[in-house]
Design a protein around this ligand. Structure first.
Ligand code: NAD
Ligand code: TYD
Length: 372
């Protein structure tokens, strides 16, 4: 039985990981620490909040003494680190929070883990506790590819281009150093773009779905030919599960979907899927009367080319051969089933994205949980 501390568990991937883990390992204990920034939402954890094996702590990963006390009090043996500032556009307009959470926050977690798992045991002449520090990172640390370059492997040199990817690269290096210098048992995974339920609607895929439902423009940066390698979020959770259970300490593992799409094609695909849903289900017209283009089956008219993102990486692609060969990893969801499920999820969970977008659920939950 594992006792996990999950940082950033109220965010998109962290929450999906919590759901995945509680489904597959119901006997394990999970503690989530999350600062509930704009991207964190306790609503993402609604389905598990009353489970006896689940504890939520409203806190900041930069608070080293809080993290130390959680590692001690809950006898944590596995830390899975998702907490981060994650949106590239925000990192361009305001990098400070990225440096603070992604670099200083990771450093603070490493110091806490080293103290509780290594130093305190050694001070008592005990063997260090069996432990794992798993760091969740991104393919963006490898920089950008041309159309013909081979995909990123774990050996590709780091070449981050945005303040977001630079801050993630810095955190990856710190994690590596804590293994090589102090013997902390770490693993790191570098994953491609995720999509699925609970994805904050500022990111491309949920933005397109919710904008269609509001009949708002679908902004395409630059020429829309930038390529991303999309993975269904549950397959990311599955990959981390394999790294935790079968991965070798000190190793990095790439996780990807082998599923490259140009942005404009993703947007057109989603638009057609939403149109299809409206065509097949008259209820949707009543529920989303503002979605005039979807009702009239001409969502393509919403596509609007806008100014490109500064320093926009052209292409990301993951070569996950090592993870496939060493851990037996294969994504379970195809893109056609995953994207259809995702569109359905957004159509069925209007109250979730409305409250995320206007912040109302978060205000309520902060009153309930965070004033204590
Ligand atoms: P997200 O922005 O949806 O969630 C981040 C979570 O971290 C939020 O719940 C937020 O409240 C919390 N958080 C932020 N600062 C914190 C702090 N100082 N202390 C405690 N909690 C804090 O991000 P996501 O998309 O779920 O990404 C999770 C991780 O996966 C990140 O490390 C990201 O770099 C990585 N990643 C994301 C993708 C992707 O496509 N979204 C792909 C590869 C890797
Ligand atoms: P995003 O979801 O922000 O993920 P990332 O930048 O981490 O890859 O964006 C995915 C791609 O979509 C990226 O190339 C930028 C592009 N994009 C748009 O063209 N329009 C948008 O409104 C957004 C949010 C992103």
């Amino acid at each position: 039985m594992k006792k996990l501390l999950i940082t950033g568990g109220a965010g998109f991937i962290g929450a999906n990981f919590v759901h995945y883990w509680m489904k597959h390992y119901p006997q394990d204990k999970i503690v989530v620490i999350d600062a509930l920034t704009y991207a964190g939402n306790f609503a993402n954890l609604e389905p598990v909040k009353n489970n006896d094996n689940f504890t939520f702590i409203h806190g900041d990963i930069c608070d080293q003494s809080l993290v130390e006390s959680l590692l001690n009090e809950h006898d944590i043996d596995t830390l899975v680190h998702f907490a981060a500032e994650s949106h590239v556009d925000r990192s361009i307009t305001g990098p400070d929070a990225f440096i603070e959470t992604n670099i200083i926050g990771t450093y603070s977690l490493l110091k806490a883990a080293k103290k509780i798992w290594l130093d305190d045991a050694l001070a008592k002449d005990k063997q260090p506790k069996e432990h794992r520090f798993h760091h969740v990172s991104t393919d963006e640390v490898y920089g950008t590819l041309s159309a013909t370059d081979p995909a990123f492997t774990e050996e590709t040199a780091y070449a981050p281009n945005s303040p977001y990817s630079a801050s993630k690269a810095a955190s990856d290096h710190l994690v590596r150093a804590y293994h090589h210098t102090y013997g902390l048992k770490v693993t790191t995974s570098n994953c491609s773009n995720n999509y699925g339920p609970y994805h904050f609607p500022e990111k491309l895929i949920p933005l397109v779905i919710t904008n269609i439902l509001h009949d708002k423009a679908l902004p395409i940066y630059g020429d829309g030919q930038q390529i991303r390698d999309w993975l269904y979020v549950e397959d990311h959770a599955y990959g981390i599960d394999l790294v935790l259970n079968k991965g070798s300490v000190g190793e990095n593992y790439n996780i990807g979907g082998n599923n490259e799409w140009a942005n404009i094609d993703i947007v057109k695909t989603i638009s057609l899927l939403v149109e299809q849903e409206f065509k097949n289900n008259n209820e949707l017209t009543k529920r989303f009367p503002k979605a005039v283009s979807a009702i009239n089956q001409n969502t393509a008219s919403l596509i609007t080319y806008v100014q490109d993102r500064p320093g926009h990486d052209r292409r990301y692609a993951i070569d996950a051969t090592k993870t496939n060969n060493d851990l037996g990893y294969e994504p379970k969801e195809s893109f056609s089933t995953g994207i259809a499920k995702t569109v359905q999820w957004y159509l069925n969970n209007e109250s979730w994205w409305q409250s995320v977008m206007d912040g109302s659920y978060q205000d309520w939950i902060k009153e309930q949980y965070c004033s204590k």
